[in-house]
Design a protein around this ligand. Structure first.
Ligand SMILES: NC(=O)C1=CN([C@@H]2O[C@H](COP(=O)(O)OP(=O)(O)OC[C@H]3O[C@@H](n4cnc5c(N)ncnc54)[C@H](O)[C@@H]3O)[C@@H](O)[C@H]2O)[C@H](O)CC1
Ligand SMILES: [K+]
Length: 221
């Protein structure tokens, strides 16, 4: 049984699942978004007025999909997209197209984060390897100062998913919904203080070892 993985190991498992097994990355993104929406809707969070903060990487893509799923359930949600959309990943651009086709309004700045009842943090995930850009660091500080419950997607944004170090500034989450396996950075360093309650969600990504076990199990049946 795999305990916790580094960002690099998770990227390898992600790549293996997409390239070798053949699960499309947008399917993984959709399952990731559904798993976070389930945690949000499980009763621990007040969904009266939700803010989703999305970056340009695939973590942001998860966030945009979450906002769309919440809106389709009739939840009042604002979708804040930070950065130049032209620099977004392919999957995140696709999520923006889908969100717009469903008529989701997209905002690019927030006056007062205290107006929301819960904030979904999808700025950065396991792909962050250098200090967060200054402007986004300021936003992270304002969110932390607002003392509104925050649910982080995969890892608290600004945290190194492997070491648990803070890369400039990092979100202080009430809960973190992480995909497939815990990340070593959530269990050490500043990670233990920033992650909040950790939910590990199966979204269809497994280590090659676990897939090998599957095959054995299936053959024996
Ligand atoms: N591996 C999986 O299990 C799956 C992961 N998913 C999600 O994808 C992220 C990882 O996405 P990636 O594109 O590699 O990087 P990040 O989203 O973590 O972004 C970090 C990277 O992007 C640049 N960046 C992003 N936003 C900005 C911005 N506004 N300004 C400047 N730069 C920005 C930055 O350079 C960073 O280096 C993973 O955590 C999961 O959430 C899939 O959705 C499902 C499968
Ligand atoms: K995040």
């Amino acid at each position: 049984m795999v305990d916790a993985v580094t960002a690099q190991e998770m990227q390898q498992y992600d790549h293996y699942t997409i390239e070798e097994i053949g699960v499309p990355s947008l399917v993984l993104m959709e399952r990731a978004a559904i798993s976070v929406t389930e945690v949000l809707g499980a009763g621990k969070f007040d969904l009266t007025n939700v803010l989703v903060m999305a970056g340009l990487g695939n973590n942001g893509g998860d966030g945009i999909a979450i906002a769309r799923l919440l809106a389709q359930k009739g939840v009042k949600v604002d979708l804040l997209v930070l950065g130049d959309e032209n620099r977004a990943t392919v999957n995140t651009k696709q999520q923006l197209t889908i969100a717009r086709n469903y008529g989701l309004p997209i905002i690019h700045r927030v006056k007062d984060f205290r107006n929301y009842t819960v904030i979904v943090d999808a700025l950065f995930g396991i792909g962050l390897s250098k200090p967060v850009p200054v402007k986004l660091g300021e936003i992270i500080k304002r969110v932390n100062a607002a003392n509104i419950p925050v649910v982080s997607v995969d890892v608290p944004s600004g945290l190194d998913a492997t070491t648990g170090a803070i890369l400039g500034s990092a979100i202080r989450a009430t809960a973190t919904v992480t995909f497939a396996y815990a990340k070593t950075g959530l269990l050490q360093g500043e990670g233990t203080k920033r992650a909040g309650s950790i939910y590990i969600k199966d979204i269809g990504i497994y280590s090659p070892e676990e897939i090998a076990d599957f095959k054995v199990g299936i053959e024996e049946n």
